[in-house]
Ligand binder design. Sequence first.
Ligand code: 5GP
Ligand code: ZN
Length: 146
Amino acid sequence: MHCIFCDLIAGAAEVSVCYEDATAIAFMDIQPVNNGHVLVATRDHYASLADVPEEVAMHLFGVALKLAPVVRKITGAQGLNIVVNSGAAAGQDVLHYHVHVIPRYRGDGFDIQLPFPGSAVPDRTVLDATAARIIAATRDPVGPRA
Ligand code: 5GP
Ligand code: ZN
């Protein structure tokens, strides 16, 4: 399947790279939320978080953490969002794994609104039961990753 990020990484399309190493490449988002919006992508093609080997995912997060204060410094941003959309249902448009580093300003209009307005506050028994299921699944040696 055709992948626009694989094209960029292969040098087949225009891109403004701001960091690269053997595993990761970071470049400017073509339609930034604010100037300085960076995407940290895997050099190899993995569709989403569920497909990325753990050490590669950790490395990408490390690169995002390294770039975050730099982006903040050069843009003068007041805050930052580090965001991963994993899967089309979660709003992932480009199915090549990447981490967004988004500089933010008060009143810039972009919003990842949490808590989600109108969502219910469940009974404590529901929260406890879900926490218990997560604990059990985490202990399962063949449990799912992402
Ligand atoms: P997603 O919704 O997959 O988490 O985010 C995809 C991001 O990729 C969007 O913010 C979008 O602006 C950016 N994007 C889409 N196509 C291109 C492109 O061709 N070049 C660059 N640099 N960014 C792109
Ligand atoms: Zn790709």
